[in-house]
Design a protein around this ligand. Structure first.
Ligand code: ZN
Length: 222
């Protein structure tokens, strides 16, 4: 297929290329395009971001995902909650929601995802916050278990991309006392053993961090 200079797909590739090779922020490209009345294909740009993210995750085999600095009960709790948040976001907005970054300090957690901030309503934030607080109260146990890759894929564990992780993978599962599974995710930790130590989960804010990307900041009270 022949693409002209003004083709939205071409512009999406160019925008990604400028970011990737020259560090030109997406916002800068968007502004220039808008000033010139040009449109880029946001879906394609998101695909490019996502496939890059998956490659980075493969290289670091899970280290990337956690983003935990200092390890304390609080940072472990914050990271453990990223699993429940990730799952809740996928349930609400579908599988196109992917984690694209996370950073955790003793103050708060940042969780970056691949959907536009405009799609996440304030009422959604409340709903997700309430849902996670309900889940925490079920005293969910977090435990690692090794699975053959094919089986882990069948279980629908989050964070598995192809076969680059090897034949045996470690999946962290959050499960209640009745054995109901709340989340299964490929990860390397660090985690708390039980959500019983958490008194409250609080979403502090959400903000746009570029086209089709949102940062959610949250905190916990232990
Ligand atoms: Zn984890």
């Amino acid at each position: 297929m022949y693409m002209t200079k003004f083709d939205p797909k071409f512009l999406a590739e160019k925008t990604w290329d400028l970011y990737q090779t020259h560090g030109v922020p997406f916002e800068v490209s968007f502004e220039i395009l808008e000033e010139n009345g040009l449109k880029l294909d946001h879906d394609l740009l998101n695909q490019l971001i996502e496939s890059h993210q998956k490659q980075s995750q493969n290289i670091t085999a899970g280290q990337f995902k956690a983003g935990v600095g200092e390890i304390t009960n609080k940072t472990k709790a914050l990271h453990t909650l990223t699993h429940l948040l990730h799952k809740a976001l996928k349930e609400k907005y579908g599988d196109r929601v992917n984690q694209i970054g996370s950073s955790i300090t003793n103050e708060k957690a940042r969780f970056d995802i691949s959907i536009p901030a405009s799609e996440i309503l304030d009422s959604d934030i409340n709903e997700i916050q309430n849902s996670l607080n309900q889940q925490i109260k079920q005293n969910l146990k977090m435990y690692p278990k090794e699975y053959p890759l094919s089986e882990a894929n069948k279980l629908g564990a989050i964070g598995l991309f192809g076969e680059k992780y090897g034949e045996i993978v470690t999946i962290y599962t959050l499960e209640d006392e009745q054995g109901k599974i709340y989340s299964r995710e490929f990860c390397s930790g660090p985690h708390i053993e039980n959500t019983a130590i958490i008194k409250e989960f609080k979403i502090l804010k959400k903000k746009s961090i570029g086209s089709g990307q949102t940062r959610i900041e949250f905190d916990v009270i232990l």
